[in-house]
Ligand binder design. Sequence first.
Ligand code: DP6
Length: 358
Amino acid sequence: MIELFKDLKTTSDQGITSWEAPSNIALVKYWGKFKDQIPANPSLSFTLSNCHSKTTLNYRLRSEFSDDYSIDFYLDDEPKEDFIPKIKTFFDRIEAYLPFLKSYDFEIRSTNSFPHSSGIASSASGMAALALCLLEMTVKSIEETNSEDFYQKASFLARLGSGSGCRSIEGPLVQWGSTPSISNSSDLFGIPYPTDIHPVFENYQDCILIVHKGSKAVSSTVGHQLMENHPFAKQRFAQAHQHIEKLISILQSGDLIAFVELVELEALTLHAMMLTSNPNFILMKPNTLAIIEKVREFRAHTGIPICFTLDAGANVHLLYPHKDAIASFDFILKDLVAYCENQQYICDQLGMGAKRLS
Ligand code: DP6
């Protein structure tokens, strides 16, 4: 892969780059990784639209050589020193590909469209936006930023910031992790999902119910480590490959009954891995379970194929087709919002990936 990055040089001594990158929600979950952010199993995600990070990078060539990075970071215009170690770790991992990182002063300004305290992780969208900003420093003409080669490199870099970040460059569906049922799949970067998708998945909806706004009880770094000696790891990793294969035919046929079954099984398996690791974690809250039960009741009564998925936290993502948006949203307002912290929820849908901001 280092070949892809050969001869990457910056094209100016100072400048500004700015990108918006989306969040994503995994249908088949990435949980477990090896050295250099190589995933232990393949994953597949919906790219979101409204939930995104916007990052602006100001860079200026330094007058003197230094052996450390020079980074100022602002979130919502407030300086945030505590984010800098994570960015430095990211720079350490990508310096082999972008060898100029110690030669510049960087000022990074980031905002998220979703509230800071919503419990929605911003690392995927934030790292993806930063990777795009840094990579743009190397292009000779702006047209290059529209190329598949540029997106692939950006995904490769974003992966080194946050694994799921490599799925936050393109849309509407992205697959990451080498797996036999997708011929050009790679552990190194996400690819736009390459096979046919049934029209029922167009504009698929994701309503995120904010059950718990606090930060997660287990960071994803610790969570992935828990898979290292996990008694069920081998079976889980094998299952993820099978689930990708099944999902390919579901996405093609539009079989929503099978879709609901697989997506919910993936979400519960992710939590089952945390429930059965050593140490173990219960990340669902009573209201998470109450919502899951209500969703299953509603689906049984109405036949509307609304389903839930979960990240490594208590919040619930509800997925449903665009044609069922009105009935599903009525149900959410009437029966589910009461279980959300401060009645908070975020309506989102499939999105097309990152955008360069002028
Ligand atoms: C549960 O991408 O946050 O959301 O690579 O350590 O940054 P790092 O982990 P991260 O893990 C995401 C895990 C997940 C499932 C998923 O998005 O596939």
